[in-house]
Design a protein around this ligand. Structure first.
Ligand code: UDP
Length: 242
């Protein structure tokens, strides 16, 4: 089994680290994810990760509760750094070299985001974990994933979620719903399909970066996806239902 990928960007939502908990981080889930990442790194593929923060804080919720939106978003970005450091700890405990780079400077705990330095780390087979989103309020970590992927010249964005791909209708309601093997960026945007937010999709479209949506909860799926197995839905230039 070969892989077409040389450098990949994995987007992990904060909720992915939460497991069945209602809030925060499940250490068992983080360890499982770290073990899967170790398998990927051992193949020599370069891996960068953008982590979300929704398991701890979401700006939009803070703003709905009356907070200033930008302030709430900064808190959300800081939450992602906690996730980034947790993931770093889990990876380093099993011997995977990592660097955390943050878009908001906090040099006592992580490197600042420096694009060329991130690329150098990747070339040395270190996992680079990007924390603090894009550093800008009113954005999401999905958009950050698309942005960083373009910046580091990643071949693909892997979007780990709780579902095994994108369907033509809701599979929970419609038993006849069919999963897309692949579908176009324009389709996702015009149908408002919940793959990633529209800014992220548009950024990937403009830079011709495919997005692979896959189910993180199945053990081994990170490895399978990165090795090029068709386990989810690819958003790119073509459209095909399975
Ligand atoms: N955030 C932001 N700018 C960014 C990335 C994230 O303001 O570039 C904030 C925003 O408030 C968001 C929170 O950080 O709600 C956590 O990120 P996100 O919701 O994307 O996490 P996920 O859904 O992936 O867990």
């Amino acid at each position: 089994m070969g892989t077409a990928y040389r450098r990949v960007l994995l987007k992990l939502s904060g909720e992915a680290l939460m497991g069945d908990l209602a809030y925060g981080i499940d250490p068992n889930i983080v360890q499982t994810i770290a073990e899967e990442i170790a398998e990927v790194i051992n193949t020599g593929i370069q891996l960068a990760i953008v982590v979300g923060g929704g398991n701890i804080f979401r700006g939009i919720k803070g703003s709905a509760a009356g907070m200033d939106r930008a302030t709430a978003d900064y808190i959300g970005m800081i939450a992602t750094v906690m996730n980034a450091m947790t993931l770093q700890d889990a990876l380093e405990r099993i011997g995977v070299p990592t660097r955390v780079q943050t878009a908001i400077s906090m040099q006592e705990v992580a490197e600042p985001y420096i694009r060329r330095r991130a690329i150098r780390h990747l070339e040395k087979n270190r996992v680079v974990i990007f924390g603090a989103g894009s550093g800008n309020p009113f954005f999401t970590t999905d958009t950050t994933a698309a942005l960083r992927a373009a910046e580091i010249n990643a071949d693909v964005v892997f979007k780990a979620t709780k579902v095994d791909g994108v369907y033509d209708s809701d599979p929970k309601i419609n038993p006849e719903a069919r999963r897309y093997q692949s579908l176009t960026y324009s389709h996702v945007l015009t149908q408002d399909l919940k793959v990633m937010d529209s800014t992220a999709i548009a950024l990937c479209k403009d830079n011709s970066i495919p997005i692979v949506v896959f189910d993180l909860s199945v053990r081994g799926n990170i490895y399978r996806a990165v090795m090029g197995e068709s386990i989810g839905t690819t958003v790119g230039e073509s459209c095909e239902v399975s």
